[in-house]
Design a protein. Structure first.
Length: 353
């Protein structure tokens, strides 16, 4: 079964053709980084306009690269939540148009679940049998920071979220403050490689440790605004040398990574997870990949880690997930709505159980 996936929830216009949920036959991504770079973050209205300009070409290229045509695909899938509403609207309206014109079924995909699926697409054995479950997934991107528990029967629930900035935003805003351009994650990652992560003692917000109790309701929640403020105070009015800049980047990254790893592992141990999934754009971060892999191994959990091309926004994860929805008859109508929000209950995930 061939599904055409479309993704426009943030600043990537993407389309992909995936066969039977796992075989990626094409994956095209048009990035809008240049359009947003001057603003230090994604401007929703600009994102929508850029999607509009790119979508026709991106979809045509995805079909062409897969050696197929629209009439020959079996269904059309599109991200409809959560994300930037003006951006989502472009992809959803476009997909509805294609579905109406061709008569193909339309599938509405949850972007956060698609990120989790993206981390599992290349390790299908991670989905098979009960040995991988319960599973805890950390979804970290420019717009999301969610800790999701997945049970062997496919039930998924969000156990933690950010109470202010998303993890990717923490990187992007820090880079803006340090005048490093957008997106911030890759630049900080690169600078941090040559810096000393212990040079500056940035806070690890909401992380439980001796002398730092955390209220039960925030045990699995994240907060990054305090680290960002600490960075602001640290660099304010100073001209950093290259060495200081690398040390600041490494120390800041260490604070964010330590926080993400500590919270995920706390959830994994508390909920007796057997595997840990790391996904979303921030999952490209070298220190996070290493730190999470090490901590998961120490806790006796299997680590499921997507290659970077399946971590950042793409439509292969959308078309892949949609296959499982289709098998479960979870098909949308032309009244499919968009939403900025994720919601606490994700229901039953179609690719498990
Ligand atoms: O998943 P994604 O492509 O888009 C959203 O759904 O938001 O994630 C983009 C985010 C940006 O905030 C970017 O700075 C961050 O992922 N990112 C990274 C790295 N590569 C991308 N953050 C830290 N380290 C990286 N290497
Ligand atoms: Zn994303």
């Amino acid at each position: 079964m061939n599904i055409l996936g479309i993704e426009t929830s943030c600043d990537e216009t993407a389309a992909a053709l995936v066969t039977d949920g796992f075989t990626v036959r094409s994956s095209v991504i048009a990035s809008q980084i240049a359009a947003h770079a001057g603003f230090g973050g994604v401007v929703p209205e600009i994102a929508a306009r850029e999607h509009l300009k790119a979508i026709d070409h991106v979809v045509a290229k995805a079909l062409h690269d897969a050696g197929t045509e629209l009439a020959a695909v079996d269904a059309i899938a599109v991200t409809h939540l959560p994300g930037l509403v003006p951006a989502l609207l472009v992809g959803v309206a476009y997909a509805k148009g294609l579905a109406w014109r061709t008569g193909h079924p339309l599938l509405g995909v949850n972007h956060v679940i698609a990120h989790i699926y993206g981390a599992l697409m290349e390790t299908p054995d991670g989905l098979a049998g009960a040995t991988s479950f319960p599973m805890v997934a950390l979804v970290v991107s420019g717009g999301h920071t969610a800790l999701v528990m997945l049970a062997a029967d496919g039930t998924a629930s969000v156990v933690g979220n950010t109470i202010d900035d998303a993890a990717g935003e923490a990187f992007d805003k820090a880079a803006k403050l340090l005048d490093l351009g957008y997106p911030g994650g890759p630049v900080i990652d690169r600078l941090a490689k040559e810096g000393n992560p212990a040079a500056v003692d940035f806070p690890r917000p909401l992380v439980r440790r001796p002398g730092h109790p955390v209220a039960d309701e925030n045990r699995f929640n994240f907060s990054f605004s305090g680290v960002k403020t600490a960075l602001l105070y640290h660099v304010q009015g100073r001209k950093l040398t290259d060495t200081e800049l690398r040390d600041v980047a490494a120390s800041y990254q260490a604070a964010v990574v330590d926080t993400l790893v500590a919270k995920t592992l706390d959830a994994a141990v508390a909920r007796r997870a057997r595997s840990v999934v790391l996904c979303g754009g921030v999952a490209c971060n070298r220190a996070l990949r290493e730190g999470m892999t090490r901590a998961s191994a120490a806790a006796g959990c299997r680590m499921l880690l997507a290659p970077p091309r399946l971590c950042t926004d793409n439509a292969a994860m959308v078309a892949g997930l949609a296959y499982h929805q289709f098998r479960r008859h979870n098909v949308a109508g032309l009244d499919l709505q968009v939403s900025a929000r994720l919601g606490a209950s994700l229901g039953r995930l179609p690719f498990i159980g």
